[in-house]
Design a protein around this ligand. Structure first.
Ligand code: NZQ
Ligand code: ZN
Length: 384
């Protein structure tokens, strides 16, 4: 268990915290405020941000799409360069915050920003970012990862760099009040899978990481089971903080990571526009069944410590079934149907496998056991 760990993002958690950004951004820096399709204009968040920035010089950039595209973000890169922007505020969910990370790095680079995603440019400089989270799900507000799509080629790729990690993240659970239920549930599922990607791997006896991961999973299970009471301050605050902790580096420190569900899921989103979280629910149960021998020790531990099952010879299957039932209880499908109008199941699987190959996703998972043939077998179950 060797690791180096720091999480430098300052967290401003709680109701009314948006106003605190005025003290967190240097007074003399020119700010770009970024947001998505306009939900922040309807729920008062935009007004709170503009009130807080009344003493700052700022301009705005809007229209960042869910699963943000380099094509759109490149317009903001040009704005940053032309206007000599010094600080970026991302107001939104994972898409806007990831978009800010791309812009922050690409604005300090002379070449094509996409070079960062394909590994042609190693980020060595980035503008500072602050995040105002409006959708708890990805953990992007206090981690160093970003996932960007090139719409023209349907490539959805990620990059990680500490230079793009937000300097601060405002988490006011009140902003969640206007979230469509679909997005609220997406947040729960995404956070759940983030924990699994770092926990359902090699059993290494990491008591702190395992124990905390189990706590986060139990929180999410409780919030999901209590979903009918979600219009409640405590429910919102607990989801927001749990989703953040699921992917802020802590439970993953010194642990083996999987991320195969995410990598396959990203292809489903890029090809068929499946919401990120829903792509994970489609892939994960089939992937776990396929990898149940490799992962059996941790799946059993999860069955006992998270679901409260007693040890028995069917514990692995019982635990995976319980996870699948949890998704279904939230109305989340565990099979891909979005490809139906675009061809047959066999054609869909071929296209997904081709994209995985193109993106170098040929040996996924903590033990690199998920080759293209294994991905194909997983997709045979995951595609309806
Ligand atoms: O664009 P607006 O109008 O704001 O609407 C958004 C969007 O349509 C809406 N929304 C957000 N906050 C709202 C709201 N609507 C009403 N009230 C609010 N308070 O929700 C929709 C979805 O937003 P989006 O940001 O796309 O969702 P999410 O946070 O799930 O982010 C998904 C993206 O993050 C990436 C995913 O791949 C995907 O591109 N991920 C990023 C990660 C990271 N950086 O660490 C890890 C994740 O695994 C994930 O891959
Ligand atoms: Zn995710």
């Amino acid at each position: 268990m060797n690791f180096s760990y720091v999480n430098p993002t300052k967290i401003q958690f709680g109701q009314g915290q948006i106003s605190s950004i005025k003290e967190l951004i240097p007074q003399d820096q020119k700010v770009l405020v970024m947001y998505g399709g306009g939900s922040i204009k309807k729920n008062g968040v935009y007004q709170q941000v503009s009130d807080a920035l009344s003493g700052h010089q700022w301009i705005e950039f809007s229209g960042v799409e869910p699963n943000p595209t380099a094509e759109h973000l490149d317009k903001a890169v040009a704005v940053c360069k032309a206007e000599s922007i010094e600080f970026i505020i991302a107001v939104g969910g994972g898409s806007v915050i990831d978009g800010a990370k791309y812009i922050a790095a690409a604005a300090c680079y002379d070449g094509d920003g996409w070079d960062i995603l394909v590994g042609k440019h190693a980020v060595d400089k980035a503008l500072p970012i602050g995040a105002i989270l409006t959708l708890p799900a990805t953990g992007s507000e206090s981690n160093s990862g970003a996932v960007i799509t090139k719409a023209s080629t349907r490539d959805k790729l990620s990059f990680l760099n500490p230079l793009v990690q937000p300097k601060f993240a405002v988490m006011d659970p009140d902003v969640m009040k206007t979230l469509p239920e679909r997005q609220l549930i997406n947040g729960l599922v995404d956070a759940w899978v983030h924990v699994c990607e770092q926990y359902l791997t090699t059993a290494a006896g990491n008591m702190v990481q395992d124990g905390y991961a189990e706590t986060l999973l139990k929180n999410l299970l409780t919030l999901g089971r209590d979903y009918e009471n979600h219009d409640n301050d405590q429910w919102r605050a607990n989801l927001m903080w749990t989703a953040n902790q699921a992917l802020n580096g802590l439970i993953g420190a010194g642990a083996a990571h999987d991320w195969a569900t995410h990598m396959i899921g990203h292809e489903l989103t890029a090809l068929y526009h499946v919401d990120h979280a829903r792509s994970l629910a489609i892939v994960q149960p089939s992937l776990l069944r396929n990898q149940s021998v490799n992962k059996q020790q941790k799946i059993k531990q999860m069955g006992i410590n998270v679901f409260g099952f007693t040890d028995n010879e069917n514990l692995v299957d019982q635990t995976i079934d319980a996870m699948e039932a949890f998704y279904k209880s939230l109305g989340v499908s565990t099979q891909l149907t979005e490809m139906e109008h675009k061809g047959t199941k066999a054609e869909a699987i071929d296209v997904i496998i081709k994209q995985l190959e193109k993106h170098g996703m040929v040996a996924l998972g903590e033990s690199k056991a998920i080759t293209l043939d294994v991905s194909r077998a997983i997709l045979e179950d995951a595609v309806a």
